[in-house]
Ligand binder design. Structure first.
Ligand code: HEC
Length: 120
């Protein structure tokens, strides 16, 4: 095989791979969403559940409950409307009593976590 043919072959292979990835992305809807929520739940249990309840409104834990957070008009502590941006900042930088997670969670993990909270 000449150099040119080898080069062309690897380009075709790369294009096939790209097409496979794109078509896989096309049929993602429900199963992947479920999978994402399960990952979010695991991240939540691992990092947040010690201090924040999410399955009931009343809570004896250190931090406020996030039960139906996105259906409320206000965050539990203060007057801000629940938003992804605010939660992301709070998770990254923590608070007076809450640890910061910017060293332990990636941006996409925090996004997955917030999807889980939003689904409760
Ligand atoms: C060690 C206990 C602890 C852990 C672990 C913890 N938090 Fe907190 N969190 C708190 C406390 C206490 C507060 C309220 C006081 C403060 O800000 O420190 C709070 C506040 C918050 C707030 C702001 C609430 C409001 O009404 O403004 C958000 C959002 C939040 N936490 C999300 C999370 C998420 C998501 C995780 C997991 C990644 C997490 N927290 C992990 C203790 C914790």
């Amino acid at each position: 095989m000449t150099e040119g043919v080898a080069h062309a072959t690897s380009r075709i292979l790369a294009l096939c791979l790209l097409a496979m990835i794109l078509s896989a992305a096309d049929r993602t809807p429900v199963p992947w969403e479920k999978h994402r929520l399960l990952i979010g739940q695991a991240l939540y249990r691992e990092n947040c559940a010690v201090c924040h309840d999410i399955d009931r409104a009343q809570s004896k834990k250190t931090g406020p409950s996030f039960y139906q957070l996105f259906k409320r008009n206000k965050m539990p502590l203060g007057n801000l409307k629940p938003s992804r941006e605010y939660i992301k900042v709070r998770v990254k930088f923590g608070g007076s009593l809450m640890p910061a997670f910017r060293q332990t969670l990636t941006d996409s993990e925090i996004d997955t976590l917030i999807d889980y909270i939003a689904a409760k």
